[in-house]
Ligand binder design. Structure first.
Ligand SMILES: NC(=O)c1ccc[n+]([C@@H]2O[C@H](COP(=O)([O-])OP(=O)(O)OC[C@H]3O[C@@H](n4cnc5c(N)ncnc54)[C@H](O)[C@@H]3O)[C@@H](O)[C@H]2O)c1
Ligand SMILES: O=C(O)C[C@H](O)C(=O)O
Ligand SMILES: [Mg+2]
Length: 470
């Protein structure tokens, strides 16, 4: 499905090559033979009989990267002298900086932007706090808040290690929707403490995007912050994912001719994303869903349900689904299912298990960075395949939702992101793929489609204003 190795292992090899015919060709063959794809080739220096070149290579994996180095070093006419990991280079010193919006060149500039003029603005806000949404960065700034407990599918890797993802989210906010976002990684996992810190930070921000906070704590944290703050609070892994999944499913059903009401669905991963996706599917008309966590299918027959140790969200799941009381590994319950939704972890069952699904099967394997089942292996068994990654077609990723959602909410000065706004966003995303353009490998717009965030923002703002008026 994807011919070029992923850029996640993009490297620059600095190679000393003998200055004689065929030597560069031998290096190119060594790279190709080991599985690398060559990008740029640049001459760095010439010293005597040796040329130094920088060769950019997509390696696809650490193993390929190592094999390429070994293959070049085995050639009698070339030697690798340095390797730069381009992905690490992108993260050097972080991915964001603060840039002033106003010039600060003259005494007057200073007197207005800072003291003494700034005091008049402070007093105006003190008299009317709502003005903070006009006269401070609050107008356009969102906090991306995590505790580092469910970072992608990497799990609880801690707040420091979560920052590259949070910085990435902030970059996406700005790039796609012009929203300034600030990453905040908290050194606490205690819900009460997280809630109190976020509440204390709220005067700085126009919205709070919660990110990669594990279930079930994320549900209470979001609910309480929504109730206690008058700015929008949105847990991206829940609702961003749910919105984009629904959009993709609406379009996938147009292709397969299946109706939401008739779908038989299996969800793996009953955390933030899996629970929210299930809820939006049910509210869109889906009736038959079963779900599994790392202990297998949830049901009222499971020992942790019976002994009362199952958490309340999974208890709800067990009661509303799976009337037959099925138990065991989800890979053994794909039979007769139309849609598989993976929001759990990498490679949880062999692809052949998908053969048991109904005709025109839809497989949304969305764990990041590696999906539940590889698209190449799933291809023989499914009509429609989607993942959360950018290097396969049909990227179902919450980046299609959160920038536009907050753009719309900030523009409308919404105080909440309601169910209606979420459904409006899902429809806006689905409608961006015109019916005549729908194909098995094109059920959802590209994350690079610059029309997505404005369309989502417009739909969200319109719904927010209609609710306020109505
Ligand atoms: N594509 C997207 O836009 C998107 C959005 C959000 C989350 N995700 C992915 O979904 C996954 C879960 O994220 P989350 O925020 O809900 O995390 P979470 O920690 O809240 O929940 C993880 C859930 O997965 C379950 N799980 C783990 N291993 C499993 C296995 N082998 N079989 C069945 N269930 C298993 C856990 O029991 C838990 O219920 C991650 O891989 C994440 O990257 C993707
Ligand atoms: O970060 C992503 O790419 C999507 C999602 O928020 C995730 O946690 O996997
Ligand atoms: Mg996330």
């Amino acid at each position: 499905m994807t011919g070029t190795p992923s850029a996640q292992y993009s490297i620059v090899l600095r190679v000393e090559i003998d200055h004689k015919p065929g030597a560069l060709g031998a290096v190119a063959s060594a790279i190709g033979g080991a599985g690398g794809v060559i990008g740029d080739v640049a001459l760095v220096s010439v010293a005597g009989d040796t040329l130094v070149r920088d060769i950019t290579v997509s390696a696809g994996s650490q193993a390929v990267w190592e094999a390429i180095q070994q293959a070049i070093n085995e050639s009698p006419t070339a030697k690798v002298v340095a390797v730069t990991d381009r992905t690490f280079q992108v993260h050097e010193g972080g991915k964001l900086e603060t840039t002033p919006k106003q010039p600060l060149k003259t005494r007057d500039d200073l007197a207005m932007a800072y003291t003494p003029g700034v005091a008049r603005v402070c007093e105006a806000i003190a008299d009317d706090v709502a003005l903070s949404h006009e006269l401070t960065i609050r107008k356009n700034t969102v906090a991306v808040v995590t505790d580092g407990t469910a970072v992608l599918g990497l799990g609880d890797i801690g707040p420091e290690a979560s920052m590259p993802v949070m910085e990435g989210k902030a970059v996406l906010f700005k790039e796609f929707a012009g929203v300034d976002a600030f990453p905040i990684a908290l050194a606490t996992k205690d819900p009460d403490e997280i809630i109190s810190i976020v509440k204390a930070l709220a005067p700085t921000f126009g919205g709070i995007n919660l990110e990669d906070i594990s279930a079930p704590r994320c549900f209470e944290i979001e609910d309480r912050l929504k109730a206690e703050l008058d700015i929008p609070v949105f847990h991206d892994d829940q609702h961003g994912t749910a919105i984009v999944t629904l959009a993709a499913l609406i379009n996938a059903c147009k292709i397969t001719g299946k109706r939401l009401e008739d779908l038989r669905v299996l969800v793996t991963g009953l955390g933030a994303a899996g629970i929210a996706v299930t809820k939006i599917l049910l509210s869109a008309g889906v009736k038959d869903v079963i779900g599994a966590d790392s202990r297998g299918l949830v049901s009222t027959q499971r020992p942790d349900y019976v002994d009362g140790t199952m958490n309340s969200v999974k208890r709800w799941y067990a009661e509303m689904s799976n009337p037959e009381g099925l138990t065991g590994h989800p890979g053994d319950h794909l039979g007769g299912r139309d849609l598989f939704v993976g929001l759990s972890g990498a490679r949880i069952f062999p692809a052949e298990k998908l053969a048991a699904m109904n005709d025109d099967a839809m497989v949304f394997a969305m764990a990041n960075p590696n999906p539940e089942v590889s698209p190449e292996e799933a291809a023989p068994y499914a009509r429609i395949i989607a993942t959360g990654r950018s290097d396969y077609p049909n990227q179902i990723n919450n980046v299609l939702a959160f920038p536009g959602i907050f753009r719309g909410a900030l523009d409308a000065r919404a105080t909440q992101i309601t169910e209606g706004m979420k459904i409006a966003a899902a429809n806006a995303i689905a409608n961006l793929v015109a019916e005549e353009d729908l194909r098995e490998d094109h059920i959802i717009p590209s994350v690079f489609d610059r029309d997505v965030a404005p369309a989502v923002a417009a739909a969200v703002a319109e719904e927010a204003l209609a609710t306020t008026r109505g």
